[in-house]
Design a protein around this ligand. Sequence first.
Ligand code: SF4
Ligand code: SF4
Length: 224
Amino acid sequence: MEQRNSITSKLKISKRRETYRLIFQLIGLSIFVYFGRESTIYVILLTLPLAVLIGPAYCGWMCPRGMFQNIAGIVGRKFLGKRYNRLVSRKVHDKLRFFRYVLLLFVLATVILYEFEVLGVSVEAAIADGLVAIMVLSILLSFFVDRAACRYFCKDGAFASLVNLVKIRKIRRDKSLCNSCGICDKVCPMWIEVSTKGAVEDHSCISCFKCICACPQDALSIEE
Ligand code: SF4
Ligand code: SF4
């Protein structure tokens, strides 16, 4: 219990946490620029033990694409105000959020077909270019929708988020403290309805911990 409280309270009281997030994202960007886009999957694999413990924190804290989406989101909110995050309805979101897993399966199939020489180099390269175009467009979409690429189009995030199915320490909501203000729902970049859950078990959580930091009642914490 003590350790749980210690992690949670450190997160909550740290005024510099967004600075730390930015530093980690800049490290992620440096790795991405230096080693190329395939490095993402290796960094995800390297951070897997941490991910099994607390979820895919790479997505929430280190991914450079997350950084660009955060910046786009700040600009989008400034210009759109309350109209930000209104482009996609809940109904569409609930379906579209599975699209990134379709992309992941498509990429795995492409790799296998390429290895067995069913696909030629040019087709494989065209598919890779298409995936880059989807990623760039979805990051631009983040001017209108929070973390649009993470929510709907990132195959790497889809892969990383599979650990949510087995992660050891979930985010728990203490119902006796919660006053159902809904702030946690509003700040969640993945549009998860935290305020209705006993524990966040959603497959799309990116372990950004913004919900914990925003809760005015201290009702959310990382479980022991
Ligand atoms: S922000 Fe905290 S108090 Fe408000 S609904 Fe979420 S868990 Fe409950
Ligand atoms: S549930 Fe909390 S930790 Fe997970 S993505 Fe939403 S805000 Fe981040």
